[in-house]
Design a protein around this ligand. Structure first.
Ligand code: FES
Length: 187
């Protein structure tokens, strides 16, 4: 038996980002948390400017939603750039090889009018934030989905607490402006 509660907390600022360019940066399983945002944007495509999706995985076999992402890229409704860390011998792969931040030099969205949504391993998010701020993104326009071991989901137990924030209630999506002052410099 599976029990489901929720949804809890705050998601991607899709309504607040209307009229802006969107840059989506995903790594590994982070694609799962970004997929609903991508589907929303596709459904309301005329509400947004340029939309680019960058996604990186370990190997071609680890690319999540590959068929779907390739199809989105083919339609031209969003630009999709894929990369993997390595390609096992004998495996076909016609996209990039290297970490996802390597794709930043190909980005066409305007950092001054763009919002970034990032989800992936924390080390990848850390480098993504550095890359985006260097490109000119404002820290208040960079959003990250954090992951913590959650129990109550209601802000009571403290399992997901980072400093004065509860990831379950205040997040899991935070702007980098909110994350920056948190203890331990998590990103
Ligand atoms: S999961 Fe209990 S406070 Fe967040």
């Amino acid at each position: 038996m599976i029990g489901i509660r929720g949804p809890y907390g705050k998601g991607w600022p899709l309504r607040e980002s209307k009229g802006k360019d969107i840059l989506i940066v995903g790594g590994g399983c982070g694609a799962g948390a970004l997929r609903s945002a991508i589907l929303w944007i596709l459904k309301h495509r005329e509400d947004y400017g340029n939309v680019e999706i960058l996604y990186g995985a370990r190997t071609p076999l680890d690319v999540m939603y590959r068929t779907e992402l390739e199809e989105i890229g083919r339609t031209g409704r969003c630009r999709v750039l894929l990369t993997v860390d390595r390609v096992p011998e004998g495996m076909a792969w016609r996209y990039e090889v290297g970490v996802v931040t390597k794709l930043f030099k190909k980005v066409k969205v305007d950092p001054k009018r763009a919002v970034a949504f990032i989800c992936g391993p924390e080390i990848m998010m850390k480098f993504a934030v550095r890359g985006l701020t260097a490109m000119g993104f404002r820290i208040g326009n960079i959003y990250l989905s954090l992951e913590r071991r959650m129990k109550c989901g209601l802000g009571f137990c403290g399992h997901c607490q980072i400093g004065n924030k509860y990831v379950c209630q205040d997040g899991p999506v935070f702007s980098y402006e909110e994350v920056m002052p948190l203890p331990d410099k998590i990103l």
